[in-house]
Design a protein around this ligand. Structure first.
Ligand SMILES: Cc1cc2nc3c(=O)[nH]c(=O)nc-3n(C[C@H](O)[C@H](O)[C@H](O)COP(=O)(O)O)c2cc1C
Length: 306
């Protein structure tokens, strides 16, 4: 997720047993224009495990070349974005605009599949709008081009992030293809994870916003779908330790100034998830250096004194 799921956040969710993590969307044109800075942005050297790289683009040759670079940098899977609703992205005929251009969508997939050895997947929405919910047909066509799985966010482009995700419609995508389908949208609690699988018949779940500030929910969701006892929330100090680790990793990853700015929103989410305490939230978000407060919350000061 652009601007959110960076290497430090991915490290946090990995710790709680997530099966696969994706990079933020990387524009293929940008990656090709300035390989060095794009490679730095990918920051695969800070990655502590396997990663799928998500690419966006509209030019088959450029997307294929970007995929080749991503594969060479260590990606285990290339995901092509056909779901982003942002005006800037859609205006450039990328993201969800591709759902209205099935021939181009097919050509993009074909070019990437022919170029890389790793699996290629696509992330899409239900369609452009309610009058054109073409995800089942598009998924079928892309399967023919060699896509190995599709992920479906249960909203149309016209909805952006409004309304509820329609998990039942994803079942129509599942019926249309024989490759794995991953269902996505509004999975926030363990019971959502069970219900989205039941309603969509999907093979897996993508979790986005539901893991912000509480990466441990992944482990709980996994248990819920496995039908095993759902682990309790980690102790409060462990939760703050996770936040502290992400804070430190962000400073190391981006450098101290940018790192503090980037991680701030995550600290707000951790505060919301761990303690509904507005004063504490404000203190964390506003702190020039949140390390001492986070360390105290994580019990590190106590450990040092002991
Ligand atoms: C801030 C933000 C950034 C996002 N960036 C991406 C992205 O880069 N690639 C992508 O496939 N989806 C992106 N999405 C969409 C999410 O992956 C997901 O499909 C959507 O939020 C619904 O799932 P959720 O309710 O679990 O968050 C983004 C969503 C948000 C809110």
């Amino acid at each position: 997720m652009a601007g959110v799921t960076d290497a430090p956040f991915r490290a946090a969710v990995r710790q709680y047993g997530v099966a696969l993590v994706y990079s933020e969307m990387v524009a293929s044109a940008e990656l090709l224009r300035d390989r060095r800075s794009a490679a730095l942005r990918l920051k695969l050297d800070h990655e502590d495990g396997p990663i799928a790289i998500q690419l966006a683009g509209r030019d088959p040759a450029a997307l294929a070349e970007a995929a080749r670079i991503a594969e060479a940098e260590g990606a285990i899977l290339i995901d092509i974005n056909m779901g982003c609703p942002a005006k800037k992205v859609v205006g450039g005929l990328c993201g969800s605009a591709l759902m209205r251009e099935p021939d181009l969508a097919r050509a993009l997939v074909r070019a990437v599949v022919e170029t890389v050895k790793i699996p290629v997947t696509v992330k899409m929405r239900l369609g452009w709008d309610d009058a054109d919910r073409n995800a089942p047909e598009l998924a079928r066509q892309l399967e023919q081009e060699g896509v190995q799985a599709v992920s479906v966010h249960g909203r149309t482009r016209a909805q952006f992030y409004e309304g509820d995700a329609d998990w039942r419609f994803i079942a129509q995508v599942k019926d249309a293809v024989s490759i794995p389908v991953f269902a996505n949208g509004d999975v926030r609690a363990t019971h959502d994870a069970v219900r989205i699988l039941k309603e969509s018949g999907a093979d897996g779940i993508l979790v986005g916003r539901g893991a912000f500030g509480k990466p441990w929910i992944i482990r709980q969701m996994q248990a819920a779908v496995d039908g095993t006892p759902i682990p309790a929330d980690p102790p409060t100090e462990e939760k703050w330790r996770t936040a502290l680790q992400q804070y430190r990793a962000s400073l190391a990853h981006y450098g101290p100034d940018l790192g503090r700015r980037v991680v701030r929103k995550h600290l707000g989410w951790y505060a919301d998830a761990i303690a509904s305490d507005k004063a504490l939230r404000d203190a964390l978000v506003r702190a020039g250096d949140a390390e001492p407060l986070l360390a105290r919350l994580a019990g590190e000061a106590f450990a040092e004194a002991a």
